[in-house]
Design a binder for this molecule. Structure first.
Ligand code: NAD
Length: 256
């Protein structure tokens, strides 16, 4: 059980971050939800998780594209025993047409934020005598696809940062690992299905299996619950000697 531990999950008002937050709360951890939006429903979402699982859960607005916000998020959490770096965005374009501002935003949100939050969280983990850093990278942290230069660069960078974090904490009761999901059915991905159906003149199932899951041998999406469960495992005693590595949750993508 993670009772008494506080988990900060960046970018957790939807998708994988929310799924991870819910599974950590189910395991007993107190939760800090985050996004940059600061809407009433973000605060309500935290309150609902708190009452569903009987833990303390709150929402803290912070923009993960800004170094100061990243560090302020960790400071406002008080303790930070579990840090899940999940916030991320995507943009798809060939390198020679890739907008420089999109490149900068993806590198900032998907990679730099993990550096700033980790830097702010490690002293808290050391003071508490226990810590877990879980970086949500991607199959694109290990392999590449055309037109995703910034995303692939950022995710490879996150995998590298994970290894360095692990080495710098190797002799302490702190671990750092990256989870590398393949395709996960989040609201973001769900929203792409209708357009893709139209583009390829295919039905829903055909689009999912032949287009979206083309590189995922299982032909099944990973779920946010499975990613939450993997995170809970990395926070368990069984995983105390797992550090500096990647766990793929990708239906065989990286085996191809
Ligand atoms: P999503 O769009 O549902 O979630 C992204 C989250 O990041 C949201 O909560 C959003 O509010 C937050 N966010 C975006 N910009 C932010 C900012 N500037 N500051 C703070 N929060 C911000 O997408 P998702 O699919 O759940 O993705 C979550 C993570 O998982 C990302 O890092 C993504 O790269 C990674 N991932 C997703 C998939 C997939 O198939 N869905 C696969 C591999 C990796």
């Amino acid at each position: 059980t993670l009772q008494g531990k506080t988990a900060v999950i960046t970018g957790s008002n939807s998708g994988i971050g929310l799924g991870v937050a819910r599974e950590l709360a189910r395991a007993g951890a107190d939760i800090v939800l985050n996004s940059f939006t600061d809407r009433d429903e973000d605060h309500a979402l935290a309150a609902a998780i708190g009452s569903e699982f009987g833990v303390t859960a709150r929402y803290v607005a912070a923009d993960m594209s800004k170094a100061g916000d990243c560090r302020a998020l960790i400071e406002s959490a008080g303790t930070c025993d579990i840090l899940v770096n999940n916030a991320g965005i995507q943009h798809v374009a060939p390198i020679d047409e890739f907008p420089a501002d999109k490149w900068d935003a993806i590198i900032a949100i998907n990679m730099n934020s993990a550096f700033h939050t980790t830097a702010a969280a490690l002293p808290k983990m050391r003071a508490a005598g226990w810590g877990r850093v879980v970086n949500i990278a991607s199959a694109h942290g290990l392999t590449a696809s055309p037109y995703k230069s910034a995303y692939v660069a950022a995710k490879h960078g996150v995998v590298g940062l994970t290894k360095v974090t692990a080495l710098e904490t190797a002799e302490e009761p702190i671990t750092a690992n990256a989870i590398c999901p393949g395709y996960v059915l989040t609201p973001l991905v769900e929203a792409q299905i209708p357009d893709t159906m139209e583009k390829y003149c295919m039905g829903r199932e055909e689009v999912i299996k032949k287009v979206m899951l083309d590189r995922q041998p299982s032909r099944e999406f990973a779920t946010v619950e499975q990613l939450g469960g993997t995170t809970v495992f990395l926070c368990s005693d069984a995983a105390a000697q797992i550090t500096g590595t990647t766990i793929s949750v990708d239906g065989g993508w990286t085996a191809l």
